[in-house]
Design a binder for this molecule. Structure first.
Ligand SMILES: [Zn+2]
Length: 293
């Protein structure tokens, strides 16, 4: 493939800004997982491999489609959710995440994500990641009657082992230990538990921002779509605009936007995230080997 001058220029700017930055704030959304090969909105090979029984039985056509499907019984709903949790815990971490880890390894950094698939958490230490929309491996009371989030990967595996068709045995449907009511996945919904775990996710992030706001900061936005700009994109724009030494880079094959006010403090790269991270990582490694960094 011919590499355009424009592409190479973009890679060079990402490299330079990464090397210069005293702190890097990464915002990762669904485009990052899509770049890793995981698409929650599509009926693809990966979906069929794990969810075929549900596709056939209920006409579900994507992972999110199943998540919002109204199952008639709790036994069927939990069979789907257990399959989902098991899927999330089992599938390998995508290459873009590994490349990002290598890019960030020698830097001060923090990651904010709206992704619920725990891919960031599988690569980066928990204290450096804020999953602000919950994650698909934890459950909560649907009340919610009490402030506690429970890890659910082991039970989900067990449920998958005991599944009959698209049902789990009634005895395995999780119930709240306090009120006896139904449980829910700990992800954004009408009953999303914004308790101490949620507040802690925000606190870690706020502390990092406070510590670094006067330094040379790079905001690196990866795959934020147009649906929910309020969690990552708009705060990144505002901080880049108002902080003295901040720079903003967005990498997105479809929706890379740079506001007019940031034209001297930012860059929008309309490219495949996986490709850009791979190439930046490769060049960074070359530089580091040569002792240039
Ligand atoms: Zn309860």
């Amino acid at each position: 493939m011919m590499i355009s001058q424009q592409y190479q220029d973009n890679i060079d700017i990402v490299l330079q800004k990464t090397e210069e930055a005293e702190a890097i704030v990464v915002g990762g959304a669904s485009g990052m997982s899509a770049a890793a090969g995981y698409n929650w909105y599509r009926d693809d090979e990966m979906f069929r491999k794990y969810f075929d029984a549900f596709a056939k039985q209920y006409g579900i056509d994507s992972i999110f489609g199943g998540f919002y499907h109204k199952f008639c019984t709790e036994e069927e709903r939990w069979a789907y959710l257990a399959t989902l949790i098991n899927f999330v815990a089992e599938v390998p971490v995508g290459e873009p995440y590994k490349d990002l880890e290598k890019i960030l390894q020698a830097k001060e950094y923090f990651i904010l994500t709206t992704n619920q698939d725990t891919q960031f958490l599988q690569v980066f230490p928990e204290e450096k990641v804020s999953a602000i929309q919950g994650d698909w491996t934890s459950i909560q009371c649907s009340g919610p009657c009490h402030d506690q989030v429970y890890p659910f990967v082991e039970q989900a595996k067990e449920m998958c082992d005991h599944m009959e068709g698209t049902k789990v045995p009634s005895s395995m449907v999780p119930k709240c230990s306090e009120c006896g009511g139904p449980m829910e996945l700990w992800v954004r919904s009408f009953v999303f538990l914004e308790g101490f775990k949620y507040r802690d996710e925000h606190k870690k992030y706020r502390e990092f921002l406070l510590e670094n706001q006067n330094k040379k900061v790079l905001f690196l936005e990866l795959g934020v779509g147009r649906m929910t700009p309020m969690f990552i994109q708009e705060p990144f724009w505002n901080m880049t605009y108002s902080w003295p030494d901040a720079f903003y880079i967005t990498i997105n094959p479809n929706d890379a936007l740079l506001p007019e006010q940031l034209k001297d403090k930012g860059l929008a790269i309309h490219e495949d995230i996986a490709l850009v991270l791979r190439d930046v990582q490769a060049e960074l490694e070359k530089d580091r080997k040569q002792g240039a960094v």
